[in-house]
Design a protein around this ligand. Structure first.
Ligand SMILES: Cc1cc2nc3c(=O)[nH]c(=O)nc-3n(C[C@H](O)[C@H](O)[C@H](O)COP(=O)(O)O)c2cc1C
Length: 432
């Protein structure tokens, strides 16, 4: 019998996904001004749970309230009070109400922390993001003690997540956030035990996974999201990725999710048009053109001792089933389509739909105002604009309302920016 999206999967920890479709991590931005989960999280995840995915990953939950990717992130840090546990438990209960496995993605935003949150974010080295628009501050190099506090932070998050009823945590080591920036030779210029050779650059990831395993305890799932590559010249390469997989093999990691890119090079949203000089981005088969990290996943699969989740671009049931059957992926991650229609997994699993609905043409304007504009600022605005569009859909879902696929990108972006700025004020006022 060929493996299909309908087949269950039991991970090494003993955790079972009732089917192979997993809602990928998507930042919700719905926490209250003290970074606790809200009723909007409960409504949102109940709707995603009703949608039938075998697993649900949260958007990134941060281990330090001074290093957020957005003001509305949920935080578990040394300043979190016991009152946060109640909200986390209600969140977990809603997400698991239809039998899906529920995993908390845990992160530290590092130098990708917006200025609104922290004008001097901590990072491996004082290397600023190469992005126009002035949204991010000048990073400063972390001390050895601060680095050790990060390791403890991942452990704390695992302990609290388990207590609240989550099935596991995913250590976020992709997309340019702190752990990913430590892995990158471009962002990490340290000359101590945490920089230089890959073994040193990967130390923070390895130590954080070890600590999460200890604090989560037996049977608690600890997974990792890792870039197949950063797609930047001189950055974290695919060869680096394979070597990190070798390191993770010995650590009891429950599964690895393969993605790619960072804020400077947002390959996680599509690798189309990336300079082939950096990495081989040719896609030989139809399904590799659809799910753009599959060719990388193939080589990871040859090295990985644990199951592999692949996220990015999956839209048709046939490509998903083919990837499973060819053993290129064991779990299929779905992101954007679930912002448009939360019932996407059920429709694919039952055969009611052959493909997901999603918006592929999100842009601020036509031609030179579009994502392929020669002007860097307009390119970036299109990227952030499209994200604002998805954030607005998530906000609607969390409010119990229907999604609005006709929403204009510029309008969504402006509305989103306005809300972020006003929540930043409330957040600063409530800082403990
Ligand atoms: C609105 C939105 C928020 C996201 N937030 C996160 C996040 O918190 N953590 C993460 O690892 N990836 C995040 N991503 C990336 C997704 O997990 C996924 O890798 C990406 O959307 C590609 O998958 P897709 O083609 O199925 O959308 C986000 C994507 C979107 C659209």
């Amino acid at each position: 019998m060929p493996v299909t999206i309908n087949a269950p999967l039991t991970l090494p920890s003993g955790l079972t996904f009732p089917n192979r479709l997993v809602k990928a991590a998507m930042t919700e931005g719905l926490a209250d001004s003290r970074n606790r989960p809200t009723e909007e999280h409960v409504t949102l995840y109940r709707r995603w749970a009703d949608g039938g995915a075998g697993g649900l990953l949260t958007g990134n939950v941060q281990i330090d309230r001074h290093h957020l990717e957005r003001v509305g992130n949920v935080v578990i840090d040394a300043k979190s009070g016991d009152d946060a546990l109640d909200g986390l438990s209600r969140w977990a209960e809603a997400a698991k109400s239809h039998g899906a496995a529920f995993i908390m993605q845990v992160s530290h935003a590092g130098r990708q922390t917006p200025k609104l949150v922290n004008p001097r974010p901590a990072a491996p080295s004082p290397v600023a993001l190469g992005l126009p628009g002035g949204q991010f501050g000048e990073p400063r190099a972390m001390t050895a003690d601060e680095i050790k506090a990060v390791v403890e932070g991942f452990g704390r998050a695992a302990r609290v997540a388990r207590k609240a009823g989550f099935d596991g945590i995913q250590v976020h080591a992709a997309h340019g956030y702190l752990l990913s920036s430590f892995l990158s030779p471009l962002a990490n210029r340290r000359e101590d035990d945490w920089g230089g050779p890959l073994e040193n650059r990967a130390r923070l990831l390895v130590d954080s996974v070890r600590e999460a395993k200890v604090q989560g305890g037996p049977g608690f799932s600890v997974s990792v999201k890792l870039n197949s590559a950063d797609f930047q010249k001189g950055g974290f390469s695919h060869a680096d990725c394979l070597a990190v997989i070798d390191m993770l093999n010995g650590l009891g990691v429950d599964f690895v999710e393969i993605s790619g890119g960072n804020y400077e090079q947002p390959a996680m949203m599509d690798t189309e048009g990336l300079e082939p000089a950096y990495e081989d981005t040719r896609r030989s088969s139809t399904r590799e053109r659809e799910a753009y990290f599959l060719s990388y996943a193939k080589s990871v699969q040859e090295r990985a001792g644990m199951p592999l989740m692949v996220t990015g671009g999956f839209r048709t049931r046939s490509a998903m089933n083919a990837a499973l059957e060819a053993h290129e992926a064991d779990l299929i991650g779905l992101g954007r389509p679930l912002c448009v229609d939360p019932a996407t997994p059920l429709k694919l699993l039952s055969g009611e739909a052959d493909a997901t609905k999603w918006e592929s043409q999100l842009r601020i304007g036509p031609g030179i105002f579009g994502p392929n504009s020669p002007i860097k600022l307009i390119q970036a605005l299109n990227g952030f604009g499209a994200m604002g569009w998805y954030y607005e859909q998530i906000r609607l879902l969390g409010a119990g309302k229907p999604t609005d696929p006709k929403l204009g990108v510029l309008k969504a972006f402006m509305a989103h920016q306005k809300k972020e700025t006003s929540s930043a004020k409330a957040w600063r006022a409530a800082m403990p």
